[in-house]
Design a protein around this ligand. Structure first.
Ligand SMILES: Cc1cc2nc3c(=O)[nH]c(=O)nc-3n(C[C@H](O)[C@H](O)[C@H](O)COP(=O)(O)OP(=O)(O)OC[C@H]3O[C@@H](n4cnc5c(N)ncnc54)[C@H](O)[C@@H]3O)c2cc1C
Length: 567
């Protein structure tokens, strides 16, 4: 079955749902008009459909592997990466002065989501480079920028992020990798990192690692961590790769999915590195990369779900079983329910992704702090809901296939196995939810209430054309307001944390209702209005159960002792 990048879906979303027109209305992005966006999405769509999608099975069937210590990537991945490079897609939103296209993040996130739908494993390589480019643009010295950025932006060199160690996963502050000054402006980095995506490859001239490590005077915890750029090959005076650095890939993880993406155990033995950002200021610098990556991983979830949906739909339209008008399973009510739920949630999660990316661009263009607060609030929702949607859609996709879904050759299981990790890496979805109800509500809930007000205002406007849908969204929003008031009034953080995952999901459900309502108003009598009605009448009501859970406090969660849990 062939993959078709959802170009027209993006055009509709940007033009009618998430207010993209505010972006080219700024001086900074004046050239990124809707016509330009359409042309770029169309071009990216061709890359996805014709080059990347045909590689998706290769990654699963012929995983990346080590051959006498040399990393070999899946067949066709080198050529696929070259096509990504040739199109300039690595530097789509990077600074023009270093060779990037300088386009809005909104467009970059859309393109990368489509690429994820085509081939998630390969897409992860340039996605990581993109994050590194942004971190270096913001925090690196001029010398580092001049040497590394052009090569990273062109794709000639690739970038990775090295946070995780065996004892330091979600708790990054527990890391033990060390850095010592060499006295010449460079540092010697030592330690082991695990789970490093694309820690090496056989198609880039150099692999540049951003590594978190602690200097001798670094205090314990996150405040004592510094960030270093540690290349696989040390650049010569002419900037080309020279002597090999003192680092290596020790082994590759055997994973549940995403086999085309090598997940490496990295050993650094006094490797030469350069400080990025101030000493002990590594977490702030890394957060630039992590926020970029969080939105990007949200896009991976949506993209993975899109691929799964398209495959499941194609199968449902062919599989004959039982008596239906078309003769296929697509006309059974329960199969139709599954397909509708998949499509409706993909729309909702994609809209949230775009709304978050738009807020980032508006902050870049205007410097407005309300835009950065909005982006910060929406990022954990976009990451967690996007990846939860990807998992749920891919899992439903297996169900649509019936028994063939459980058989590897159908390809349905690969979508689920591949997308599953997106809810885990880049901060688990549990950690995202805690971030939402704690750090992102340190303003007393101001940003949450501002969004709630906006949703209600649109619902009021929609009453004339869509009274029932508007009322349902408005009521859901009032329940969300009450739950938010309850949440911000809780002094015991465990009471917030115990309900943080259902709260995040409920917020996303209501946002989904908001964007579906906008789609219904823009497409009266059309398919998007019908899909909106399905979502608002059948999926939005889930918010009530989620909010009841969100406000139940921690006592019940801890009701069983650890012994009783085991009993
Ligand atoms: C395929 C793959 C690729 C990866 N790529 C990279 C990469 O490129 N670079 C990199 O640095 N890392 C990478 N990672 C690591 C990834 O980011 C971590 O696995 C993730 O952050 C979770 O850490 P952990 O595995 O140690 O789980 P743990 O931190 O042990 O968490 C286990 C469970 O406990 C929960 N938990 C932990 N702490 C808390 C808390 N304070 N409150 C509530 N719940 C908590 C978690 O949500 C989770 O459910 C990758 C992982 C995988 C599997």
């Amino acid at each position: 079955m062939t993959f078709r990048a959802p170009v027209s879906e993006y055009e509709f979303l940007l033009n009618h749902v998430v207010g993209y027109d505010s972006i080219p209305a700024t001086d900074r992005f004046a050239e990124a008009t809707t016509d330009t966006v359409s042309a770029i999405l169309t071009e990216a769509g061709k890359l996805c459909d014709e080059v990347m999608a045909p590689l998706q099975r290769n990654g699963d069937l012929h995983p990346a592997h080590l051959e006498n210590g040399v990393l070999r990537t899946s067949p066709g991945f080198a050529e696929g990466y070259q096509a990504i490079m040739d199109g300039g897609w690595v530097g789509i939103s990077a600074a023009e002065e270093f060779g990037g296209m300088g386009l809005p993040q909104t467009l970059a996130v859309a393109v990368y989501e489509m690429m994820a739908g085509a081939c998630l494993s390969l897409q992860l390589a340039p996605l990581l480079s993109q994050g590194q480019i942004e971190a270096l643009e913001h925090h690196a010295s001029d010398a580092i920028k001049e040497l590394y950025l052009p090569k990273l932006i062109s794709g000639e060199w690739s970038g990775t992020m090295n946070l995780t160690e065996p004892q330091a996963g979600s708790d990054v502050g527990a890391l033990s990798s060390k850095a010592e000054s060499n006295g010449d402006g460079t540092y010697a980095i030592s330690g082991q990192k695990i789970f490093i995506s694309w820690g090496d490859n056989d198609f880039c001239g150099n692999v540049c690692h951003l590594v978190l490590a602690r200097l001798p005077d670094g205090v314990p915890g996150t405040k004592g961590i510094s960030l270093f750029l540690v290349p696989k090959y040390l650049p010569n005076a002419d900037g080309n790769p020279g002597k090999a650095n003192d680092l290596k890939v020790v082994s590759l993880e055997h994973k549940m999915g995403l086999h085309g993406s090598p997940t490496c155990v990295m050993q650094f033995d006094g490797a030469t590195g350069w400080l990025v950002g101030p000493e002990h200021g590594g977490m702030a610098a890394m957060f630039t990369m992590m926020n970029n990556a969080r939105l990007g991983v949200g896009g991976q979830g949506v993209g993975g779900g899109e691929g799964a949906y398209q495959h499941a739909l194609a199968y449902a339209l062919e599989r004959k079983q039982g008596k239906t008008p078309s003769g296929t399973i697509a006309d059974h009510a329960d199969v139709r329910r599954m397909l509708m739920e998949m499509k409706a949630d993909l729309f909702a999660s994609r809209a949230i992704l775009m709304a978050c990316a738009r807020a980032i661009d508006m902050h870049t263009a205007t410097g407005g702090s309300d835009w950065s607060a909005r982006a910060a609030f929406l990022t954990p929702i976009a990451k967690a809901f996007g990846t939860d949607t990807g998992m749920r859609v891919a899992e439903t996709g297996v169900q649509v296939y019936g028994g063939m879904g459980f058989i590897e050759e159908s390809g349905a299981a690969q979508f689920y196995r591949d997308v599953r990790v997106t809810a885990i890496y880049e901060g688990t979805n549990g950690i995202q939810s805690m971030d939402l109800v704690a750090r992102k509500m340190m303003d007393g809930g101001d940003m949450a209430f501002a969004l709630i007000d906006e949703i209600e205002e649109q619902a009021e406007r929609a009453r004339a054309s869509h009274p029932n849908m508007a009322e349902a969204v408005w009521q859901a929003c009032e329940s969300l307001r009450e739950a938010t008031e309850w949440l911000v009034s809780q002094q015991n953080m465990q009471d917030r944390f115990a309900g943080s995952v259902p709260y995040l999901r409920a917020f996303a459900r209501v946002l989904g209702g908001h964007y579906h309502l906008a789609a219904a108003m823009a497409d009266q009598g059309g398919a998007r209005e019908k899909l909106a009605r399905f979502y608002i009448t059948r999926m939005l009501p889930e918010h009530a159960a989620l909010l009841a859970h969100a406000q139940a406090g921690a006592a019940g969660t801890f009701a069983l002792s650890l012994d009783e849990l085991a009993g």
